[in-house]
Design a protein around this ligand. Structure first.
Ligand SMILES: Cc1cc2nc3c(=O)[nH]c(=O)nc-3n(C[C@H](O)[C@H](O)[C@H](O)COP(=O)(O)OP(=O)(O)OC[C@H]3O[C@@H](n4cnc5c(N)ncnc54)[C@H](O)[C@@H]3O)c2cc1C
Length: 460
């Protein structure tokens, strides 16, 4: 590793941290702005007497809730600067984290306004709800938006989500856009804060239009345009092991597609029973400008059908996404730890030109030797990069929470013995969810700082 490369990695990491700070500040700032607009519009008057208190707090919770709801949508909109700064999975994790607080804020908004308005009109909160629907413009739609939001948040709770098929959960999740659109009109038609010609009205309009435009551009227009531009077709399907195939796709002007080894793409294969769903698969070879390759393990309906996908099948795509790639590097040394089909992004990252001789340690896990997929090419890349390579085959020991094979565990191997320089390395981990969590835990115990740990989980 030359000093130039080391400096480049450092600069890239510092720039990412700065962008992260800036984006986080923008979120806090957006909350401050809505509060400032509220106060500038005379909002403090609500807090001068008990009677209006519920209404005042109700308006504030509604404003903050709406602001954070738009932030949530932006976090899931695949906006490149967000994806490149935090990584797709971290952005989605933050999106999920905001779900419950936003629901509580908007529920509080509804309840407090029903109480507040009810006090003024002399109705109880339930009667006040009917009164509002009957007398206020767009209020019926707002209640429908609220109901849709409850459905979306409840189906996203981990306990419920795990029980739902992914596609069903995904379809229900699309209702969140319906929830926002249904709730939108009442803000402008009934909220006094959004009266014609006010700053508040322009600010919120810009925020809503900007968010919906970002979703339309990055989730629909760009993927469709890129899919047409690159016109991918399956060119080769190679069996790697029983139930595992590598699918190579070729297309037009692939050099212009800015993908990096280790990133993933949501793929849609235009074949019977496959065209209506898209699935994420990591690039298992660094893009070479002529083709893209993924390696798929049969884990369910779609992946099973992909084992027999025919060359010539058209493919559309969304991505590349994520920063499980050289983009996440913070230092010159790297430790790659993969299990099963989790080897795919790691195999691709070993081609990274920034990864120099003697700078990588690769640790592979498989329950059997056959499960160390893409073995020969990974081995060849390790030789070319003078990487240290360890393969740990076998089941995990019973009753011990470890990611190691029983044999490695009983012979005293640990992360720190397998990769003695781990504290000063970036650690890239990819494999099943629980296994990955165990490796992350041991890496932390071995003293690796959080910002040097990069994990890709092959589950939603
Ligand atoms: C970022 C990422 C990269 C991945 N890379 C690879 C790879 O290189 N090779 C590989 O073999 N597998 C990879 N996977 C896993 C792969 O996406 C799933 O195995 C596949 O989608 C399963 O779909 P299925 O219909 O065959 O099975 P299902 O029975 O529908 O699902 C099996 C599992 O996959 C999850 N899943 C299904 N669809 C999706 C989706 N659209 N998004 C997220 N999770 C989903 C389900 O929650 C379930 O846990 C990756 C997953 C993610 C999230």
């Amino acid at each position: 590793m030359t000093t130039v490369d080391a400096t480049r990695i450092k600069r890239q990491h510092t720039a990412r941290l700065r962008r992260g700070d800036l984006l986080s500040t923008v979120v806090y700032f957006s909350v401050a702005i809505v509060l400032a607009i509220f106060l500038a519009d005379g909002g403090a008057a609500y807090f001068t007497n008990i009677r209006d208190l519920a209404t005042g707090v109700g308006i504030v919770t509604g404003l903050i809730g709406s602001d954070l709801l738009l932030v949530m949508l932006l976090l899931a909109a695949r906006v490149p600067i967000i994806d490149r700064t935090f990584g797709h999975d971290t952005a989605l994790a933050q999106h999920r984290k905001l779900g419950k607080p936003v629901l509580y804020l908007i529920l509080a908004h509804m309840t407090l306004l029903l109480i507040g308005y009810g006090i003024t009109s002399g109705f109880n909160p339930v009667a006040e709800a009917f009164n509002m629907i009957a007398t206020m413009e767009d209020m019926g739609l707002a209640f429908i938006g609220m109901a849709l939001m409850i459905v979306v948040v409840v189906t996203s709770l981990i306990v419920v989500r795990k029980k739902l098929p992914y596609q069903f959960w995904y379809l229900v999740h699309l209702l969140s856009y319906g929830a926002v659109l249904a709730a939108l009109p009442h803000q402008f038609s009934t909220g006094m804060m959004f009266a014609d010609g006010t700053w508040a009205r322009y600010y919120w309009m810009a925020f809503y239009v900007g968010t919906l435009a970002a979703i339309a551009i990055f989730r629909v227009i760009l993927p469709v345009t890129l899919s047409f531009k690159h016109a991918l077709v399956v060119s080769e399907v190679r069996v790697e092991a029983p139930g595992v195939v590598s699918i190579t796709m070729t297309g037009r002007r692939l050099r212009e597609l800015k993908g990096k080894g280790g990133q993933f793409i949501n793929w849609r294969f235009w074949a019977p029973k496959l065209w209506w769903v898209s699935h994420p698969f990591s690039l298992s070879a660094a893009p070479d400008g002529k083709s893209l390759r993924i390696t798929v393990r049969d884990l369910g309906d779609t992946s099973h059908r992909l084992l027999t996908i025919k060359p010539g099948t058209k493919v559309s795509f969304e991505g590349p996404y994520g920063i499980f790639s050289e983009a996440a590097r913070t230092t010159t040394k790297a430790v790659f730890i993969g299990a099963g089909v989790g080897i795919t992004p790691i195999r691709a990252m070993l081609e990274d030109p920034l990864l120099k001789a003697n700078d990588a340690t690769v640790i592979l896990r498989g329950t059997t030797a056959q499960e160390v997929f893409l073995w020969q090419e990974t081995y060849d890349l390790c030789v070319a990069k003078h990487a240290s390579l360890r393969v740990l085959v076998g089941k995990r020991p019973r009753g011990v929470a470890t990611w190691l094979s029983a044999e490695a565990y009983s012979s005293g191997e640990r992360l720190s013995t397998l990769a003695p320089d781990i504290k000063h390395s970036d650690v890239f981990i990819c494999g099943p969810m629980q296994w990955t969590d165990l490796v992350v835990r041991e890496a932390k115990r071995a003293g690796v700082p959080d910002h040097q740990i990069h994990a890709e989980r092959f589950e939603f």
